[in-house]
Design a protein around this ligand. Structure first.
Ligand SMILES: *[C@@H]1O[C@H](CO)[C@@H](O)[C@H](O)[C@H]1NC(C)=O
Ligand SMILES: *[C@@H]1O[C@H](CO)[C@@H](O)[C@H](O)[C@H]1NC(C)=O
Ligand SMILES: *[C@@H]1O[C@H](CO)[C@@H](O)[C@H](O)[C@H]1NC(C)=O
Ligand SMILES: *[C@@H]1O[C@H](CO)[C@@H](O)[C@H](O)[C@H]1NC(C)=O
Ligand SMILES: *[C@@H]1O[C@H](CO)[C@@H](O)[C@H](O)[C@H]1NC(C)=O
Length: 323
């Protein structure tokens, strides 16, 4: 117990240090003077989008994750490939990302009122908060002041943690980005909204180790249900809800699924393989969940990963290409 809490203290201390040096200039209300309506402008567009296309909430939330986990939260994910360069956007993990047009629309509205002021990286961070709120999650104050990167490289996206990752890969991948074990389990909770392609988990229901077997950590009674949706191991096109029945509602349903061993990915099942993540799952299911509040706190921390501030990078005029 003593060892565990001193480790936790160390992690928090290091995290504090990391945060203090890496994001000296991120703050809530960064645009208060330069574009006071920035967040209201984003919200106005997002309200319109969520009215007609609520299913974009999951992909738009994931966009901020993908951006931050590759090269830091610098909007590099949004850049289109050019003749000379294949960008992050065109890497295989991009397949379920949609909604780039929405980001373009939000940015256009921002440029109209405050040209050259609000970064694409900040736009992604604010949109992520707004879609969470639009799906009945809890509001948090978004830190802003990020600048946009000028580099986006296909192979960088291979540093994303795959849905097949085990608990040690997950923990070390988060730690390398200044995020704790608690942040890990909390941020995984975002699988409460959105959908997944069958191909991200069909190995678990058809051919787990190459012997035509199934993943023993998956509820065996649930496997026929998943098979009836994902008809073959080769299925590349079918999508399924990550939190069936409530995939458009940001709630703590994810933890119930994990506890019942019915979550889709190996990286979800892995939440039961570490004492701290397991305790969080169990607390969320039985003792009263603090997930909605915790989520905002972990999102703020995630939003600090590798940010560019001050005079680094640029403020892109359009999000899909460097100035
Ligand atoms: C593409 O690469 C060539 C040669 O390296 C360079 O001269 C040109 O400016 C590049 N074009 C773009 C659009 O980056
Ligand atoms: C994802 O990458 C593929 C190429 O690997 C590309 O054809 C596709 O357009 C990309 N998807 C999006 C949404 O950018
Ligand atoms: C670049 O990507 C955007 C999506 O952000 C798309 O709408 C646009 O057509 C693309 N532009 C070019 C020149 O490929
Ligand atoms: C977790 O996955 C990594 C990468 O695939 C592997 O090297 C490692 O041995 C695995 N750890 C455990 C405990 O299975
Ligand atoms: C399972 O995977 C192995 C190894 O990739 C392959 O040889 C085998 O044909 C697969 N079996 C089924 C039933 O798909």
């Amino acid at each position: 117990m003593a060892a565990a809490s001193s480790k936790l203290f160390q992690a928090l201390f290091l995290l504090g240090f990391f945060a203090a040096t890496a994001n000296a200039q991120l703050k809530v209300g960064y645009y208060a003077k330069t574009c006071p309506n920035a967040e209201a402008i984003v919200k106005k567009v997002m309200d319109q989008v969520m009215d007609v296309a609520p299913s974009l909430s999951g992909p738009l939330l994931r966009m901020h994750f993908h951006d931050c986990f590759v090269r830091g939260c610098d909007g590099s994910l949004l850049i289109n490939s050019t003749k000379n360069n294949t960008a992050e956007k065109d890497s295989p993990p991009n397949f379920t990302l949609r909604g780039y047009g929405v980001i373009d629309r939000v940015k256009e509205a921002l440029e109209k009122e405050c040209p050259g002021v609000v970064s694409c990286a900040d736009t992604l961070a604010i949109v992520a908060r707004d879609v969470t709120v639009a799906t009945k999650g809890m509001y948090w104050e978004v830190e802003t002041g990020r600048r946009d990167g000028r580099v986006s490289i296909l192979t960088d996206a291979f540093t994303l943690i795959p849905p097949s990752a085990n608990i040690s890969t997950l923990i070390s991948g988060f730690k390398a980005r200044g995020l704790s074990v608690k942040d890990l389990v909390v941020l995984q909770g975002s699988h409460t909204i959105g959908i997944s392609h069958c191909s991200s988990f069909t190995n678990r229901i058809y051919n787990f180790t190459g012997k035509g077997d199934v993943d023993p950590t998956l509820d065996s009674e649930y496997i026929p249900k998943l098979r009836s949706k994902c008809r073959s191991p080769a299925d590349q096109t079918t999508v399924v809800e990550m939190d069936p029945g409530s995939f458009k509602t940001f709630d703590d349903g994810y933890f119930k699924l994990v506890a019942k061993r019915r979550a889709l990915f190996e990286s979800d099942a892995a939440m039961l393989d570490n004492a701290e993540t397991k305790a969080y799952v169990e607390k969320s299911v039985t003792a009263g969940s603090t997930f909605l509040k915790d989520f905002g706190e972990s999102m703020v921390k995630m939003g600090r990963i590798g940010v560019l501030t001050g005079r680094a990078g640029e403020i892109r005029k359009v999000c899909y290409k460097i100035n």
